[in-house]
Design a protein around this ligand. Structure first.
Ligand SMILES: O=c1ccn([C@@H]2O[C@H](COP(=O)(O)OP(=O)(O)O[C@H]3O[C@H](CO)[C@@H](O)[C@H](O)[C@H]3O)[C@@H](O)[C@H]2O)c(=O)[nH]1
Ligand SMILES: [Mn+2]
Length: 735
């Protein structure tokens, strides 16, 4: 493409209203300075407990202030991006690059095969030349049910893909489309007729897959029809001990691989890498690295998509959107990956568990994009293959999309499969750079974030693209415990990065902009928030018993900066959430979830890191369940919090809620016995804090004392929480 007729394939726009925002931020900073002046001037002189609690609360507030400042980095200058797919197709339609699509699954018991194949079908149906698409399913569960489901899906795809393209339907996950978007009565009759036929085919497939899943075995006919089951599963002794299983279901280069209209089908490959008990498999990072190697032999697409098995493509244009960034001749050369937001299609109206990640997706990531590029968040992300494999950015880098990079020698599928197996074996990576300088990094529960960071530190940038029609939709956790456990993994992994040699300030120094280093800390420093938060929800409340005041009297002017900062911060955050489409109730739920995450997930993530540093612990990856019992789902639909499982996380939540409840009663008693209102004057802010803690914990009290269903708090937790809270309150009273 010649320079003079260069028209960009994407554009970037800055958000409006930034001046107002900056004024607001400046006013909060003034408020914060006044608060610290108050803290210093009023430091109790006598020493002892009073002074120490004062120092404690000052440190907690210092932390909050620091963290708030960090979060400003991602709110300062958010940007949004727009693509021109028509220009892409005008220029490059005939020479579009090959794209490999990676779907990861780990366990068919928590990730139902039907859901997984819906994701696979949705990406097979991208609006893209099918001969250039290759879809890989990595199955860390090594489950024959998963392969069976995929075989069913490959047969169904012969009908599904032509239907999608003919009528340009969205979304292209048949499950999602037929359950909500297909309205046979008010569409074109031809489409309705064909749609109904295909719906029937889908229902049949669904029945077969679900039945097999329920029975836990592949039907006999399928076993007879497909030799792969005997040939490859007879050597499987368990999901943790088996050789590589690799099966090419559809080989796009085979002229017989066509749909019912004679169009080539995308290549479809199943891979369960080798697993042996004596080798660590490195979770999803290990799976993706095996896929990187195997796919390099089969299709070697220059662009890759990584997607979780529950995240179906909801927008068939996303692949082309991504290419608009990567193929832009001028600004695209440095872009390593295009990250789409994670969207979810199981969020309830007011998002009880804050599963939508709305603020992260709509505010913080666009803000990070402005600072040098968003994080890689594991799913819904298009990469350049050679960058993910370890390539460094050089100034004169030009991706050559058009040299033939087809490594595949014209050999039969059988020979190819044999050659690829060793690439997915356990021992292949020994004494190589895989997991270190090549591919996804090992040893971190957030392989995505650390890999993205190191890509950026090799000189690359990334782009965040949030199209109007959501690009991917997945499943958010549907129980409180799942949400907390997921956040523990994230906060633990994030802090691990901060404490390792990959700390953005050290590793990124001179390689990524300072503002991007700071932006990373918004997430990397989630976990340490637990300390200040725990202090803030426990100590001021307990201090009420002794009449120990930690905040200014209401009658003193010093109360103003406190009130201003609290009011301004919350008013802004309500405004922010409403602006990006949330509800007020959702905001309130979000506050509650932050409190819960900080006092449990982040606390555990924090301690785990300390233990790891001392050599006592290792990271794991607990896969989030994508299925739930019927009554659990019903409660989720009704936004009733789910506590029904013993967990140390719930011990903490219950105890904190009871501590505050007793303190609040104590406070009420004090106020009622004091006719001069001196107590109220002294303790009003503390009572407000404690009162808020009580109000936000209403669902916990309900779970502890008033509910009869299976989602209530286990009674052992109730007793324990009440006893500890009573002891803590008595202790505070006597001390
Ligand atoms: O040993 C493993 C464990 C997980 N997975 C897959 O990884 C994906 C994500 O797992 P999930 O349990 O759904 O975790 P989430 O917390 O929802 O995942 C988020 O966080 C992860 C990092 O912690 C990222 O890898 C994900 O892309 C991101 O969506 C799923 O497709 C799993 O099948 C594997 O392939 N192998
Ligand atoms: Mn997930």
């Amino acid at each position: 493409m010649k320079k003079e007729n260069y028209v960009t394939l994407f554009e970037t726009k800055a958000a409006k209203g930034r001046l107002a925002y900056k004024l607001y931020a400046a006013s909060v900073i003034i408020g914060i300075c006044l608060i610290f002046s108050y803290r210093v001037i009023h430091l109790p002189a006598q020493g002892g407990l009073e002074t120490w609690t004062w120092i404690g609360i000052t440190l907690a507030e210092l932390w909050f202030a620091l963290y708030w400042l960090i979060t400003q980095s991602v709110r300062w200058n958010p940007i949004s991006r727009y693509t021109f797919k028509d220009r892409l197709s005008q220029r490059y339609e005939k020479v579009l690059p090959k794209v490999d699509l990676f779907v990861c699954t780990a366990d068919h018991t928590v990730e139902p095969p039907l859901m997984v194949v819906n994701t696979v079908l949705s990406v097979m149906a991208y609006d893209y030349p099918t001969e250039k698409l290759c879809v890989y399913l990595s199955d860390d569960g090594g489950s024959e049910l998963m392969l069976y489901a995929l075989l069913e899906a490959s047969r169904f795809s012969k009908y599904w893909l032509p239907f999608c393209k003919k009528f340009k339907i969205e979304p292209r996950s048949p499950g999602a489309y037929f359950s909500t978007d297909f309205k046979p009565f008010n569409i074109d009759p031809v489409m309705a007729k064909e749609g109904l036929t295909i719906k029937e085919l889908y229902e049949d497939m669904k029945k077969r897959i679900d039945n097999a899943t329920k029975l836990g075995q592949v039907p006999e006919e399928a076993r007879k029809e497909h030799k792969v089951f005997q040939e490859q599963w007879d050597l499987v002794s368990s999901r943790r001990d088996h050789p590589t299983i690799l099966h090419i279901l559809t080989d796009g280069s085979d002229p017989r691989a066509v749909d019912i209209e004679g169009q080539t089908l995308p290549t479809l490959v199943y891979l369960a890498r080798e697993k042996r008990p004596q080798y660590h498999h490195n979770f999803k990072a290990g799976a993706l690295n095996a896929l990187l190697r195997v796919s390099s032999q089969i299709s070697n697409g220059q662009v890759l998509l990584t997607v979780d098995c529950d995240m179906y493509s909801n927008n068939s244009g996303s692949l082309r959107d991504a290419l608009c960034f990567l193929m832009d001749e001028e600004k695209g050369q440095r872009i390593a990956f295009v990250q789409f937001p994670q969207g979810f299609d199981n969020i309830t109206k007011n998002d009880v568990y804050s599963g939508s990640l709305r603020v992260i997706m709509e505010v913080e990531l666009p803000g990070t994009d402005a600072n040098g590029g968003p994080l890689y968040i594991g799913t819904g992300c298009f990469h350049r293959r050679d960058v993910l494999c370890g390539k460094k950015y050089k100034k004169d880098y030009q991706n050559d999309w058009w040299t033939e990079n087809d490594k595949r020698v014209k050999e039969s599928a059988k020979v190819l499969v044999e050659n690829c197996r060793s690439l997915a074996s356990c021992s292949y990576e020994e004494n190589t750079e895989w997991g270190k300088e090549m591919g996804l990094k090992y040893g971190c529960p957030v392989e995505d974030v650390i890999t993205g960071l190191s890509i950026q530190c090799r000189g690359w940038r990334s782009v965040y693209y949030n199209p109007e029609r959501k690009a991917f939709l997945g499943l958010a956790p549907t129980t409180l415990l799942q949400a907390l456990v997921q956040h523990k993994r994230w906060s633990e992994g994030d802090l691990q990065i901060f404490l390792s040699k990959y700390c953005p300030f050290v590793y990124g120094h001179g390689k990524i902009p300072l503002k991007l280093q700071i932006s990373y800390c918004v997430w990397l420093l989630w976990a340490p928030n637990c300390l200040a938060t725990l202090y803030y929800v426990v100590v001021p409340s307990l201090c009420i018993h002794r009449g120990l005041s930690l905040f200014p009297q209401v009658s003193s002017p010093w109360v103003l900066p406190f009130l201003y900062v609290i009011a301004a911060k919350y008013a802004y955050s309500i405004g922010e959430l409403l602006w990006i489409g949330g509800t007020f109730q959702e905001w309130w739920n979000d506050q509650r979830m932050w409190l819960y995450k900080r006092t449990t997930s982040h606390l555990f993530g924090f301690t785990e890191n300390i233990l790891k540093l001392l050599g006592f612990a290792k990271s794991g990856f607990i896969v989030t369940s994508k299925v739930a019992d019927e009554d659990v789902s019903l409660r989720y639909e009704k936004e009733v919090m789910e506590f029904g499982a013993p967990s140390p996380m719930f011990d903490i939540l219950a105890t904190l809620s009871m501590v505050n409840l007793f303190s609040f009663f104590g406070a009420l008693k004090r106020v009622s016995m004091d006719s001069q209102h001196g107590v109220l004057d002294h303790l009003a802010l503390q009572m407000l804090l404690c009162g808020l803690a009580v109000v936000i914990n209403l669902p916990v009290y309900r779970g502890l004392f008033f509910r009869k269903d299976n989602g209530r708090m286990p009674s052992a937790i109730t007793y324990q929480a009440v006893i500890i809270a009573i002891l803590a309150n008595i202790g505070a009273f006597l001390y």
